[in-house]
Design a binder for this molecule. Sequence first.
Ligand code: DAH
Length: 360
Amino acid sequence: MVRSLREEAIRTVSDDPKQTLKALSTELGLLIDGAADEESLYALQVKYLGKKGAVTQLRAHMGKLPPEERKGFGQAFNEAKLAIEQAIERRREALAEAARQRRLGRREDATLLPRRRPAGSLHPITHTRRRLEAVFRQMGFDVVDGPHVEDEKYNFDDLNFQDEHPARDMQDTFFVDGRDEAARLVLRTHTSPVQIRAMLTRPPPVRLVAPGTVFRRDDDATHSPMFHQIEGLCIDRGVGMADLKATLYRFVRAFFGADLQVRLRPSFFPFVEPGAEFDMQCPFCGGEGCNMCKGAGWIELGGSGMVHPAVLEAVGVDPEVYTGWAFGFGIDRMALMLHTVPHLRLMFEGDVRFLEQFPC
Ligand code: DAH
């Protein structure tokens, strides 16, 4: 369109340069007002007012006019050119102002709703595990790790499991194929083998917790084949059950921020003697009985006890000199309680709509 306008100008200029000037000014005025940005405005300026521009060229045709008309045309030409230049300037200012308003609007409209940026967050189990670690660190425990694929010896034998102990059964344990019978590998069924690894590598006194993933062939409404535990171990001279109970009590108080009681109930685990399960007072009803504790007033946490002399001997620690206690409990249950989530499965399904509700 721009080109044809110019051709038109050149074609008709010989007929009536004044008419052409007028037509060109009108057309150009429209083009200028329609320029969308400073760049297209500049392009118009070059095209029409530049050395070879249509307007500039029109001036050369002045010579073709009869002498008495030249002055009048010259004046008209100068006025038209000035008007075009002013129109360009006005448009440039208007564009700059519009851009400024847009910037201002973006920055300063205090009524705009804040946009929430999608941000990742810790999985509630990871968040809970880190809180557990922080509490135990404060109580003077080291935090250690162990492998998920574990020697059967560390997972069972050295923990004083008898050969025919039912926990070794194929139904409970994932065995890893491809190794000879003498040194079988399993997916660790609990965090207790970290006790063995720790005692083999560090001389007493030992005071550690070992959180991590464990695996069992269990899969129903309330069990997942993969879940999380935290193990605690303390080996020193002269430590007893009272230290164990005091530690559990202090832990529960620090973790839940409430003065909740802890109780031990006699139980059996091959690697402790005596062994005990431990419960805490229900943090939801304070012990009066509610849905969360199924009316009991207590919530079962895990197992504990004095480290069995056979376990100490298996790792070369003299049970005549040292004693120790250990405990182990589920992390997932803790996370459910912290966030009052009803089902463990929700934690592992990876549904973003669920996970987004925990921006921790
Ligand atoms: N390892 C046991 C389990 O998975 C829990 C446990 C019981 C850990 C007693 C201990 C303990 O350290 O002393 O069921």
